[in-house]
Write a protein that binds this ligand. Sequence first.
Ligand code: AMP
Length: 114
Amino acid sequence: MDDCIFCKIADKKISANVVYEDGEVLAFRDINPQAPVHILLIPKKHIPSFMDIVEADKGLIAAIYKAAQKIAGDASVDKKGFRLVVNNGQDAGQAVAHLHFHLLGGRKFSWPPG
Ligand code: AMP
């Protein structure tokens, strides 16, 4: 997608602070962190939102979850806890129309979320 900022990051046309990469998945630090650890995991292929995931993406989603486990360990939040968050659509505040998982940690979070 030509006008998608996360596709540009995946294609290395825009720089990002990358913490993890494999053939299908890229993870980089959020530019506006909401916690001491705030990392975004994206599929390299363009999927606009969570609701656009299809059956054929199941291996890709598993790869994102496996990457999230590794990143949580690397960031030392695996034992104390962290959140993995997807904002889908307007009411959830999704600002970038390329599927991304927020991995947030390094502080206590309240529930229910704001
Ligand atoms: P969401 O509201 O779930 O769509 O989250 C989008 C996230 O992308 C926000 O937390 C932004 O701070 C983050 N973001 C936007 N542009 C960039 C960028 N160029 N590099 C890193 N994070 C970004």
